[in-house]
Design a protein around this ligand. Structure first.
Ligand SMILES: [Zn+2]
Length: 348
């Protein structure tokens, strides 16, 4: 690859600036007194007692609005209708021993923290929401400011959602949800979103869950975080089931990130083959599993909902039958999610 001199210098200066901002944010964060949610898991109703968080589903959706960033908004759904339709599915998950539910719907795709808080009260589930932006699907879900602002400006928006709450709701996000288009290499806009997530992590300790897919896109994001001084332990490789080369899981685990096999609501056999690979290769302590199921669709309120109970109801008994021990099951449904979602700076 060849650079013209001005572009090269520009890049050099820009990278140096981002690194300098990262260092300043790290120092500022270390000096500042930590808020009460630091070192904890944070749900829409406040700090969750992690010891009592039970079994987790780490990537699900209560509502998703695919209309696009320009047209979406809470005017698109009636929260009473959503609660009426979705509560039975949450209660069903609860009845098969799920206690904590991570809602992975990002801002501009139907994130509605107040709706989630209502549903957390209606059920007794802990529900966790997020901050961040979703770049995948060719930026259809990015608001205009995401194209114009710098990574630092985007990070400041996300940090503010944690410190001040989302909008006027007083509800804080429990993690950063981003997504990238899996180009090789990643495009500048996707990289900017990842840098913004890294800067937000440095300041807040929020974990970064990135809708990614293939391994090359996960590794490139880990490289970006690495250059900011953020440990791979702060990163969840979401939709890792889309990677066909299983050896990539070993490589990702060696780098330290969390690996999320999260499409069990849609497909089971290939997921199970991967699960066996994780067990055989002793990678279970970095694995997260979930359904990526749901959801209420404002464009089609009568559409079918995929339930959230395959894992506890069908998969767990199958795993026991096939020789997974209780400790392994407890690890992927309880301990790994806590360790993945705990709010804590993980720096290199
Ligand atoms: Zn999802």
């Amino acid at each position: 690859m060849s650079f013209t001199i001005p572009t090269f210098l520009e890049k050099l200066t820009r990278n140096a600036t981002i690194r300098a901002v990262a260092v300043i944010m790290t120092l500022a964060g270390l000096i500042a007194c930590e808020p009460d949610y630091y070192g904890e898991v944070l749900g829409v109703k406040g700090v969750i007692d992690s010891e009592r968080s039970g079994n987790w589903l780490t990537h699900e959706h209560i509502l998703v609005d695919f209309i696009g960033a320009e047209m979406t908004g809470s005017h698109r759904w009636n929260p009473i209708d959503v609660r009426h339709k979705m509560l039975p599915y949450l209660l069903k998950a609860e009845s098969v021993n799920i206690q904590t539910f991570v809602d992975a719907t990002p801002n501009y795709l139907g994130r509605d923290p107040e709706l989630l808080r209502e549903l957390a009260s209606d059920s007794r589930l802990n529900i966790i929401t997020n901050t961040g932006l979703y770049a995948a699907r060719e930026y259809k879900y990015l608001p205009e400011y995401a194209f114009e602002e710098t990574a630092e400006q985007l990070a400041n928006r996300w940090i503010k959602e944690l410190t001040d709450g989302i909008g006027e709701t007083g509800i804080r996000p429990g993690f950063i949800k981003i997504s990238v288009n899996a180009d090789q290499p990643l495009k500048p806009l996707d990289k900017k979103i990842v840098i913004a997530a890294g800067l937000t992590h440095i300041e807040t300790g929020l974990t970064i869950a990135s809708h990614t897919g293939p391994a090359h896109a996960a590794f490139e994001q880990l490289d970006i975080l690495d250059s900011l001084g953020v440990s791979s332990k702060a990163f969840i490789w979401v939709h890792a089931q889309q990677e066909e080369d299983y050896s990539s899981y070993k490589e990702a685990a060696a780098r330290g990130c969390w690996i999320s096999l999260d499409g069990w609501g849609w497909e089971q056999n290939d997921h199970y083959k991967r699960l066996i690979y994780f067990k055989t290769n002793k990678l279970m302590d970095q694995l997260l599993i979930s359904h990526d199921a749901g959801w209420y669709d404002p464009s089609n309120p009568e559409s079918k909902v995929t339930p959230y109970n395959y894992i506890p109801k069908d998969l767990v008994p199958k795993m026991k039958y096939d020789g997974f021990d209780i400790a392994e099951i407890h690890q992927i449904l309880h301990f790994n999610p806590i360790n993945a979602f705990i709010i804590q700076r993980r720096l290199k």
